[in-house]
Write a protein that binds this ligand. Sequence first.
Ligand code: HEC
Length: 119
Amino acid sequence: MKIIGLLCTLLIAGCIPPAELEQKLTGQQLAFDRKKGNCLACHRIADGQSPGNIGPPLSNLQQRFDNKKDLVNFIEDPTVFNPATSMPPFGRNNILTRQEIKTIANFLWTLPATQTIIP
Ligand code: HEC
């Protein structure tokens, strides 16, 4: 009987979708991860390695946006604000989920107003 119990446990464990076993990524990880936001391809972000400079450095965003929701909306679809932008519409194109974008916005919102940006 014991072996049947063990087999049942293994069977149930096998049914848990891998996504739920995945660790939740932090806002910084989602922003830096090349398979997720890959924001460093275009933006300098504090502590980010080898950033590109197609977009402006992402700091001081509390000065640039009235509130966090506006920041989330911008990341969801920057073409609403500038149809000619080269920034991908992360939400509209389903590159990131709304929840992932919110997590990134929470992270970006915490970045200091002034930071040393080495050119
Ligand atoms: C292909 C390049 C590219 C990528 C990748 C990219 N951006 Fe941008 N981003 C831009 C450009 C260019 C701008 C300047 C705004 C414009 O074009 O109108 C910008 C502007 C912004 C702004 C507004 C900054 C300000 O001070 O006005 C925010 C916030 C932003 N990006 C967040 C992000 C986040 C978060 C990611 C990753 C999830 C990201 N971007 C990925 C190109 C990019």
